[in-house]
Design a protein around this ligand. Structure first.
Ligand code: SF4
Length: 185
């Protein structure tokens, strides 16, 4: 009972940054004061913004970044299991983006360039701590691993594009981004 007032359930939203640069999360924060409106409608679950480490059952999962290591794989599969709708946010999640540029080279060559032979490397040596997640030979867009319900392109998608996407989705409207939010020249 709520004294005659109906309380609308907030949608649960989780976000993750996998093989990305956090720029898409920064763009989400860039919706500025509209965050207050958004938080009237949604409750954040696992996310770098809440620092919650476990994901609960969620309505929406926003995934930034592609899949470059085994931890990315585990997190993505967990998001798919727990989120009714999964969104690839940004170029890295949609098609691998900048991290996938390493797919043109052997993983060993990338590691040697980064940690042994590269310009400015001091104390050379490839990190091999057992705590570090094992790198995959290739970086994958997330749709190669799990079913994805929506793709939100851009590097990063602009704050306005994220806002349009979220509000139309939450209102149950067909997603329709104007051209100005989808061109990158
Ligand atoms: Fe960063 Fe661009 Fe990848 Fe988003 S799409 S994580 S902004 S590199």
């Amino acid at each position: 009972m709520d004294g005659g007032q109906t309380t609308k359930r907030k949608l649960k939203v989780a976000t993750a940054s996998l093989a990305g640069c956090f720029g898409c999360h920064m763009s989400l924060l860039d919706i500025d004061e509209r965050l207050v409106d958004l938080l009237e409608l949604v409750e954040l679950d696992r996310s770098p913004l809440t620092d919650l480490k476990q994901i609960g059952e969620c309505d929406l999962g926003l995934v930034e970044g592609g899949i470059g290591n085994v931890e990315n794989l585990e997190v993505l599969r967990e998001f798919r299991r727990h989120c009714k709708l999964l969104v690839a946010v940004g170029a890295c999640a949609v098609n691998g983006g900048i991290p996938a540029m390493r797919n043109n080279f052997a993983l060993r060559d990338c590691l040697e360039e980064a940690f042994i032979d590269g310009v400015g490397v001091h104390n050379p040596g490839v990190p091999n701590d057992r705590e570090l997640p094992l790198l995959l030979n290739q970086v994958h867009p997330i749709h190669e691993i799990v079913k994805v319900d929506y793709f939100l392109p851009g590097c990063p998608p602009s704050a306005d594009a994220i806002w349009t996407f979220l509000t139309e989705l939450l209102e149950g409207k067909p997603i329709s981004l104007p051209y100005t939010q989808l061109h990158y020249d």
